[in-house]
Ligand binder design. Structure first.
Ligand code: PLP
Length: 383
């Protein structure tokens, strides 16, 4: 049996989600835009799914739009804010996901948008004073702040309330990439004033290729894709019906079980931290352990040694899947822009272990047996 510790890159689809998707695939083939019975049946399934998602976020159904996932949702929020809401400046950070960073590059190069990347410390934390200073600069143009709720490689959390307050007092828009935290931390849009955020089903045991964007009802934007009138004219293209049915089930399950799953995951993660500290020489953590972080992620920095050079490969061969950085670099030894931005010692080896409620302490025991063959253990010096 392989051990899967790469849940930040994607999660396994749960049986309960399959149990609603497969019958839907078998029975519901109508086009939701058709007005006949087959179409109406599918339309109802989509609208039920929207209601489920909106309820979990305390949003109104008119604020949830289905997309193909996190990448599309983040592109849509940022590009439409520039095109339709007069945004001329974006404040972000160097450790955002590439779907945000590359969008910013595009807007800077082709649309003259000013991009300000905040500095981050060795654990990926922004400086809120710097954010306040940049936001309140005299003659600042209309600004969008785009900061991820939790970093996908190291799990560092943003203080969403603080950023939201700063944005409100400076009349700036606020977008957050919430792809990694969705269903792991509650979001209530009655409490948190935010303009846009994103979700992606495959990060919480739903299907791949489906997600959603929350767009605050006050923001009047136009679609990113030109096409039909689906999603109330906001996202053309025949809906990914089965994906939408699946994301709603996955969201409902994960939100209902949020605290129970959190307890299981924290136990697994804390056990790994303890084992690493006790058994591995000169271990360091990129994840900030002295404050709350995204509990599904643990980024570990191993000291350089001959054996640690091929750490990821060695773990994979031994049946353990984890990642060297983000999903895009998963399985390769390519450096990560996040680890680079932390100013980490390039000689050390970063491995991201990421958990789901399916992981157990036994998984960690097996991981440790393998790790002890690949890295320097306590009391041992490896050249
Ligand atoms: N944002 C973050 C923080 C992510 O971790 C990911 C996925 O790796 C994405 C966005 C992209 O999401 P998707 O794979 O649904 O396009």
């Amino acid at each position: 049996m392989r051990i899967y510790l790469d849940n930040a890159s994607t999660t396994q689809i749960s049986q309960e989600v399959l149990d609603v998707m497969i019958p839907a695939m078998q029975a519901h083939y109508g086009n939701p835009s058709s007005i006949h019975a087959e179409g109406r049946q599918v339309r109802a399934a989509i609208e039920n799914a929207r209601k489920t998602i909106a309820n979990q976020l305390n949003a109104s159904i008119g604020e949830i739009f289905f997309t193909s996932g996190g990448t599309e949702s983040n592109n849509m929020a940022i590009k439409c804010a520039v095109r339709d809401l007069g945004v001329k400046r974006i404040i972000s950070s160097p450790i955002e996901h590439h779907c945000v960073l590359h969008t910013l590059d595009h807007l800077r190069e082709h649309h003259g948008v000013e991009v300000h990347l905040l500095k981050v410390d060795a654990h990926g934390r922004i400086n809120y004073e710097e954010l306040a200073t940049v936001l309140s600069m005299a003659d600042a143009p209309k600004t969008l702040v785009s900061l991820m709720h939790a970093n996908n490689e190291i799990g560092t959390l943003l203080d969403m309330n603080k950023v939201s307050e700063l944005c409100q007092s400076n009349n700036a828009l606020f977008h957050s990439d919430t792809v990694q935290t969705m269903t792991h931390f509650p979001i209530d849009v009655e409490e948190l004033k935010i303009d846009f955020f994103s979700g992606s089903a495959h990060k919480f045991h739903g299907p791949k290729g489906v997600g959603f964007i929350y767009i605050n009802g006050n923001n009047n934007i136009k679609p990113l894709l030109d096409g039909g009138s689906q999603e109330r004219n906001m996202r053309g293209g025949t809906e990914n019906v089965y994906g939408i049915v699946g994301i709603a089930k996955a969201m409902e399950l994960a939100c209902t079980n949020m605290s129970a799953w959190k307890e299981t995951i924290c136990d697994t993660r804390d056990y790994l931290i303890e084992q690493l500290k006790n058994r591995v020489e000169d271990i360091q953590f990129n994840t900030p352990l002295d404050e709350e972080s995204l509990y599904t992620v643990l980024s570990v920095s191993f000291p350089k040694s001959d054996r640690s050079e091929m750490l990821l490969l060695g773990l994979d061969i031994a049946g353990i899947s984890c990642s060297g950085g983000s999903a895009c670099t998963s399985g390769s030894e390519k450096g990560s822009h996040v680890v680079e931005a932390l100013n980490a010692d390039p000689g050390r080896k970063t491995i991201r272990f990421s958990f789901s409620h399916y992981n157990t302490r036994e998984d960690i025991d097996q991981l440790m047996v393998v790790l002890e063959k690949l890295v320097a253990t306590k009391g041992e010096k490896v050249g």
